[in-house]
Design a protein around this ligand. Sequence first.
Ligand code: CA
Length: 228
Amino acid sequence: MANKTLNLDDGLYAYLHRVSLREPAVLRQLREVTEQEREHASMRSAPEQGQFMAMLLGLIGARRVIEVGTFTGYGTLWMAQALPDDGEIITCDVSERWTFVARRFWEQAGVLPKVRLELRPALETLDALLAQGEAGSFDFAFIDADKVNYDGYFERCLRLVRPGGIVAVDNVLWGGSVVDETNQDESTEAIRAFNLKLADDARIELSMLPVADGLTLAVKRPVGADAG
Ligand code: CA
C-alpha cells in the first residue's frame, strides 16, 4: 500500500501557511508569545489546525464547546472567535500560569464573555457538567491534555455532545511513537489503546487526520443508529 500522504518538509509547510493560513493578528501574537516558552511550545496547537477547527465549528453551527486542555488558550481563541455572540466555550486546565497568559489574549480579542475557564482537574469539570444534566448539550469537544486520561475525557465528552456533534482529539500520532514498539512510555501506551478502541467504536463516525501531530474526529451517531 503506497503512502498517499505527503511528508511536509519545512519549505512545503511554510508554503501551506503562505497560501492558506488566515491567522488574525491577535492569534499570531499569542502564538509568538507561546513559542518563546521553548520547553512547552509544542503543546500549542498548530495554526492550520486551529483554523480548521474554527471552520468545523462554523460548518456544524456550533454554539457550545468544551475544551480539555487550555494551555495558553491559542486553540481556545481560534474556537471562541468562530462561535456566535451567544456561544460558549468551557475550557479546562489546572495551570494558573498558562491560563493567565490565555486570559490576557482572550480579553484583547474581545472573546472573554464567551469563555468559561474551569481551573481544576478536567474529569471533575466534565463529571459536574454531566451531573447538572448537560449531556447532549454541546456541539463540539476538543481533547488536548494529559494522554493517560484520554479515554476518561473521551467517554465524558461523547456523552456531553449532541448526536451529530464532534469530539476532536489531538496528538493521536504522538510524534510517530505509536508505531515504535520499543516505546512503552505511559502516554504512548495510553494513546495506542485509545486509538485501537476508537477503531471499531460503533457509537461514532471516525476519521484520523495526519494534520500536525494527528487529529482524530469522532462524530457522535444517533443512539440506536445502525453500526454498519
Ligand atoms: Ca496538543
